[in-house]
Design a protein around this ligand. Structure first.
Ligand code: CTP
Ligand SMILES: C[C@](O)(CO)[C@H](O)COP(=O)(O)O
Length: 263
């Protein structure tokens, strides 16, 4: 992997009139508290290979993506650089590493600042979603290329969702009153990579920082900008490794891929 951030293929796989150089920002600076004690989540092995390496490969597998910006833990950029150097990519995708921040939002903002000006399309992809199939990545990129300023892959929900009034303070731990049941058919569980027209994503992050606000996903910031966000079909294998059981599922998916696809 080159540390230059410059690509031999600046236009990506195709050369349409509209500029489409595409980069992926991978926030990987989280601690993984919900996964339990151990190394930072992105560095934990899945089938012997760090989760982050799976995520970088998932982005590089898309022919559109010519640059990956990995956002490392704040004090861990050198270690992450060395780790990635030990797993060179086979194609022409460059990988740069920058230090992250205290929140996912801040980490993405720092990664975005490292994306060169000539990049027109930016994907933001959690290191914690290492198994996203390339077809999902390509579908997101295609929708941005076709003109959508913000695109999210998402799936319908399997569970009914209740809105509750959370208990806090002295009442924490008591049963929570239900205040509503949103119509499930209109809900979607949102995944990554989320894809953006670069200028829209930059403006969304600037606005949210100025307003001192926060959001749990990047498309949510674009919504607050008033720009259109659209959904394309997500994939079950793009699930987020969050809790210990997710590691079991990830290992099972990889074992099945090895048996059926040979990788
Ligand atoms: N300060 C942070 C926090 C999160 N992330 C990244 O954002 C993605 C999604 O976050 P999540 O799954 O919630 O990861 P963690 O914050 O590590 O998990 P937890 O909340 O359990 O600690 C992950 O790839 C994570 O590394 C990041 O780059 N910088
Ligand atoms: C971006 C995200 O993965 C979309 O589902 C999600 O919002 C990240 O949330 P987390 O609480 O940081 O895991």
């Amino acid at each position: 992997m080159s540390a230059s951030g410059q690509s031999a293929n600046p236009g990506g796989a195709e050369s349409p009139a509209r500029p489409t150089r595409t980069a992926a920002v991978i926030p990987a600076a989280g601690r993984g508290v919900r996964l339990g004690p151990g190394a930072p989540k992105a560095l934990r092995p899945l089938s012997g290979t760090p989760m982050l390496v799976h995520a970088v490969r998932a982005m590089a597998r898309s022919r559109s993506v010519t640059l990956v910006v990995v956002v490392a833990p704040p004090d861990g950029a050198d270690e992450v650089r060395r780790l990635l150097d030990a797993y060179p990519l086979t194609g022409n995708t460059d990988v740069v590493v920058v230090p992250g921040g205290e929140t996912r939002q801040e980490s993405v903002r720092r990664g975005l600042a490292a994306v060169p000006e000539d990049v027109a399309i930016v994907l933001v992809h959690d290191a914690a979603r290492p198994l996203v199939p390339v077809d999902t990545v390509d579908a997101v990129v295609a929708a941005v290329r076709e003109g959508a300023p913000a695109v999210v892959p998402a799936l319908p929900l399997a569970d009914t969702v209740k809105q509750v009034e959370p208990r806090t303070g002295d009442r924490a731990g008591e049963p929570e009153p239900v205040v509503g049941t949103p119509e499930r058919a209109r809900l979607r569980a949102v995944q990554t990579p989320q894809g953006f027209d670069r200028a829209t994503l930059v403006a969304a992050h600037e606005k949210i920082v100025l307003e001192g606000d926060g959001a749990t996903d990047d498309a949510g910031m674009v919504e607050r900008l008033g720009a259109e966000v659209v959904v394309v079909p997500g994939h079950e294998e793009a699930f987020k490794v969050t809790r210990p059981l997710d590691l079991v599922l990830a290992e099972a998916v990889l074992a099945r891929r090895r048996a059926t696809d040979g990788f």
